[in-house]
Design a protein around this ligand. Sequence first.
Ligand SMILES: NC(=O)c1ccc[n+]([C@@H]2O[C@H](COP(=O)([O-])OP(=O)(O)OC[C@H]3O[C@@H](n4cnc5c(N)ncnc54)[C@H](OP(=O)(O)O)[C@@H]3O)[C@@H](O)[C@H]2O)c1
Length: 255
Amino acid sequence: MSSSSQTKGQVLVVGGSGSIGWPICRALLAEGYRVISMTRGIHPRPEEYAFHLTGTYEKAMLREINCNVVFSNVLDGVALHSQTREQLSAIVYAVGHCPPGGFDNEVSIPLCYLDGQVLTDELNRQVIGLLHVMGSLYSRIQPSGHVVVISSAITRLTDETCPPWLHAGHYATAKAAQCELVRWFRRDPNIKDRNILVHRLAPAAVDTSFHQGCQHQPPAMLSVDDVAQRVLDALQSTAVIDEIMMPPQATIIAG
Ligand SMILES: NC(=O)c1ccc[n+]([C@@H]2O[C@H](COP(=O)([O-])OP(=O)(O)OC[C@H]3O[C@@H](n4cnc5c(N)ncnc54)[C@H](OP(=O)(O)O)[C@@H]3O)[C@@H](O)[C@H]2O)c1
């Protein structure tokens, strides 16, 4: 498949080089979508991702744009690439900070000792970045197109279900704010009038390198393919999907 007329359309995956973003890109490519991955270009590229990027410009099904979504000039970065002037079937927002083996470290500091910059960075990634992407690019999404936000099941933890060692208040706060932003985007007349569906998929811990070698191992994890499949489902859906994704027999320990 090499020309746009033979594909299902074009999807922008923000964070497409990530542990979850890349499997989503891979699943989209396998379904015949052309994919633009937007990242800062800092994350180590999975081998397979780098291989897909080597296609010639005309034939490539995966392209990458380097852009920091925390800054408000998202559109400037995208506009540099004429191929993105074409309408988007969907935007998938999978921005995060889940470095290999980093889970224990990310949940080790109680809120009272936490540097405010850590929360600021998380809010920038999860909330401000999404706001910039939506503000810059909603008009490029085709009518009845889709936005899929990769959220987290951590917002569902209660006082009873939260393990005492899980000092993830900054992350949970940012994810809760992201969740609220999604709800308000659904009410935005610019989104509603064009029948753009804003989905939220909130997985519990996903089997990625983030958890590798860590002391605290979730009792069960979702596979990245489970999440990618649900993204494909959302792109075929005629109704909003808002879903906490749990592995079978799991308690809620979120990634
Ligand atoms: N891993 C889990 O177990 C798990 C479970 C539930 C939910 N989640 C959620 O899933 C999402 C993705 O997680 P992940 O594990 O795939 O994270 P990840 O492996 O760290 O990947 C993050 C991706 O986001 C990009 N990125 C980060 N900051 C950016 C910025 N400012 N502008 C543009 N791109 C940026 C990274 O590329 P660059 O660094 O090159 O920019 C990379 O492509 C996160 O929201 C996370 O909270 C993860």
